[in-house]
Write a protein that binds this ligand. Structure first.
Ligand code: MG
Length: 247
């Protein structure tokens, strides 16, 4: 069933085969059902400083660093970049508003997916544009053993965030793997774009309001309707990869 997706991916990237060793995994909207609250926190912050925005647009910016989102909005509304001090203050304010909202839950299916990846012997690396410790600090509790501190790339570790490939290339370096040994799991178009640009087999999961087409167009090798569906089908997908690398 997944053979055609893998074949298409190999052709597009001019790979002979894929030998999976690592799964590089996004956090917001993938491991945690946190995106609606991020959108709420962004809306509260930007409306205080006279920036016009809609909650939906923050789903499109998902994956960008805080600084990049702030500059995008500043340029649109005020015709200039934000200063370093403004970025620091405004991102802090947004972060505080996020923490004031009720706690977010792990995305349904995410824990099962982590178990499937572990059972398959894949290294797991967290790759998030976020620098928010409120969620990062919960990882050990919600996903025990999945992401040791040296297996995390956050917004603080990169110069150019998603959609640039840098965060995923940095994650590959941490795991000691090549692009053709990696899968990426992402819910946002910019994150999918980053994973594909880094050369990984990028799995898109539509956990929010954006349609699957948005992830396909961003370069997803395959798209799943939600995390439980991905978790349920992961063994089959991994078996298909194993079959390919043995031929
Ligand atoms: Mg995400």
């Amino acid at each position: 069933m997944f053979e055609q997706y893998i074949e298409r991916f190999l052709t597009r990237h001019d790979y002979k085969t894929v030998e999976l060793c690592a799964a590089l995994i996004d956090m917001d909207g993938t491991l945690y059902d946190s995106m609606p609250r991020h959108a709420q926190a962004w809306m509260r912050m930007v409306s205080e400083i006279g920036i016009h925005a809609t909650p939906e647009e923050f789903f499109l910016y998902e994956g960008r660093t805080g600084a990049s989102t702030i500059n995008l909005l500043f340029n649109r509304e005020f015709g200039r970049n934000a200063t370093e001090d403004e970025i620091k203050e405004l991102y802090h304010r947004k972060t505080v508003y996020f923490t004031e909202l009720p706690d977010v839950s792990p995305m349904p299916g995410a824990q099962k997916l982590m178990q499937e990846l572990e059972a398959a012997g894949l290294k797991r690396v967290l790759v998030t544009g976020s620098g928010q410790s409120s969620l990062i600090n919960r990882l050990d509790n919600d996903f025990p053993g999945a992401f040791p501190p040296d297996m995390r790339i956050t917004g603080r570790d990169v110069v150019k965030g998603k959609p640039a490939p840098e965060p995923y290339l940095a994650a590959m370096k941490k795991a000691g793997v090549s692009p053709w040994e990696s899968i990426v799991i992402e819910n946002a178009p910019l994150g999918v774009e980053a994973g594909d640009a880094a050369g990984a087999f990028t799995i898109g999961v539509t956990t929010g309001p954006l349609p699957g087409k948005a992830l396909e167009e961003a370069g997803a090798a395959v798209v799943f309707a939600d995390m439980p569906a991905l978790a349920a089908q992961m063994p089959q997908l991994l078996a298909e990869f194993a079959k390919m690398s043995n031929r």
